[in-house]
Design a protein around this ligand. Structure first.
Ligand code: GLN
Length: 464
């Protein structure tokens, strides 16, 4: 099959499923050009790379040279980066076809893709429901077969939770495994890029391509990249699986709980040793995250003020009493930021600015960092006893569009089981483990120590 023919089929499908609102930017000519280039290389007998001709949908948080990169925000509506993110360079080198930029919650803040300035993405399983977030577009792209694989980013669950509610595989690598260069920052100490795929083999291959040390990201770790594809078929020797009481608390949907309990039985039958482990500080995960992440976001997003970066308002004349005393440049920044950012981003900037402000930093930010350390210690202790920790990915299946938009706290709880992995820097994977009675996918989350992605992939194999 020629790449061009394959890509045409995907383009046709994208056209016929436009109502899902998966792509914020998809330029058929650019896509076809890339496919033709691969076909030409093949004809000439030139080497083509591990992902030759494979369409990869890209979350719109990743910089691609001269392609719109909006981060789901009005603020970056006209931004065209002059450079490629490292993962994009790696995809290009592997012969992949960059197949459109996918919709997302603005600046990756959210769990439903409803915070996008470009309207929500619909869940392909039930179009009245959310596809999860913030990488909802990338998850829906794979679930609806608009691309075989895609990339997302995960700061508190944004790969694993959408993978769970869209019925696909999603993997958040260890912090430092994948370079963040060219990933538009939300919370730099938590952000990681990772793959979405239909199955573990595809996820393993994509992970292998994007991983590795990068001089352009000081937090990327210089550690050899295992051949995740080769190790996938090696059964994990004696597998010790931890089940944490804390992952079965209040608010867990009974059908999700039943599917996860069934998964435990499947592992038991397969000969795994199941042990109870304790993660006593995980109850502080959501509160600690909602200090650390907004604090970092308030700093990262300070650059978008209409001077060098971001949308610039046209009208910054004084609107409120007293504004005429402000320097016009300040009024320009205020007007640009109030027009450019949506309500959730503004809420986070305010939370973060407050948490970092003099007199409060010790009470909030520094306290949250201590809690973060305790959460990491809990995992270190647990992983002395077990290889992998298992639990639900998301407390509920896909919820209805609009159901949680008026209640930020309810929305924040969507990540109650995923957030601690980001705080601890460890890898996590979501694999489909069943369906509800109304045919909605349920995801199982597996967590492993830093740099044990191989174990996650191998352990999840039971479900294929
Ligand atoms: N839902 C979480 C938040 O809104 C996590 C988002 C993410 O992982 N990017 O911050």
């Amino acid at each position: 099959i020629r790449s061009e023919d394959l890509v045409r089929q995907y383009l046709d499908r994208a056209e016929s499923l436009k109502r899902l609102n998966v792509f914020v930017h998809l330029d058929p000519e650019r896509v076809l050009d890339q496919a033709r280039a691969i076909d030409a290389k093949r004809r000439a007998g030139e080497p083509v790379g591990a992902l030759a001709g494979v369409p990869v949908a890209i979350k719109d948080v990743l910089c691609v040279t001269n392609e719109p990169t909006t981060c789901g925000s009005r603020m970056l509506k006209s931004f065209r980066p002059p450079y490629d993110a490292t993962v994009i360079t790696k995809l290009k080198d592997a012969g992949a076809i960059l197949f459109g930029k996918t919709n997302m919650d603005e600046f990756a803040m959210g769990s439903s893709t409803e915070n996008s300035a470009y309207g929500p993405t619909l869940n392909p399983w039930d179009e009245e429901r959310i596809p999860g977030g913030s990488s909802g577009g990338s998850a829906a792209a794979v679930a609806a077969d608009l691309a075989p694989v895609s990339l997302g980013s995960d700061t508190g669950g944004s790969i694993r939770q959408p993978a769970a509610v869209c019925g696909i595989v999603g993997l958040k690598p260890t912090y430092g495994r994948v370079s963040r260069y060219g990933l538009i920052a939300f919370a730099s100490s938590l952000d990681q890029i990772g793959p979405f795929a239909h199955d573990l083999a595809d996820a393993a291959l994509l992970l292998k391509v994007i991983s590795g040390h990068d001089d352009r990201d000081a937090t990327s770790v210089d550690q050899a990249v295992p051949d995740y594809t080769a190790t996938l078929d090696k059964p994990p020797g004696s597998l010790r699986i931890g089940v944490a009481r804390e992952f079965f608390g209040e608010g867990l949907d009974p059908e999700v709980e039943a599917a996860v309990r069934e998964a435990i039985r499947i592992y038991e039958k397969a000969g795994a040793i199941i042990e109870e482990v304790s993660l006593p500080n995980s109850k502080y995960g959501v509160p600690a995250y909602y200090i650390v992440a907004p604090a970092e976001c308030s700093s990262n997003l300070a650059r978008y003020d209409g001077t060098i970066f971001g949308h610039r308002a046209e009208d910054w004349s004084p609107k409120y009493p007293g504004e005429e005393n402000l320097h016009p440049l300040v009024r320009m920044m205020m007007a640009s930021r109030s027009e450019g950012f949506g309500p959730e981003v503004k809420r986070r900037i305010m939370l973060g600015t407050f948490a970092l402000s003099a007199g409060y930093a010790d009470q909030y930010y520094n306290q949250a960092l201590k809690v973060r350390r305790l959460i990491r210690n809990d995992f270190d202790e647990a992983f002395k006893k077990v290889d992998v920790i298992l639990g639900p990915t998301s407390p509920s299946p896909a919820f209805k569009l609009g159901e949680r938009t008026a209640d930020p706290l309810a929305m924040y709880l969507s990540d109650i089981y995923t957030i601690t992995a980001n705080l601890a820097g460890i890898p996590g994977l979501s694999v489909p483990c069943g369906l509800t009675k109304s045919n909605l996918p349920i995801g199982l989350q597996l967590l492993a120590p830093a740099f044990a992605e191989e174990n996650l992939l191998r352990t999840a194999r039971v479900f294929e």
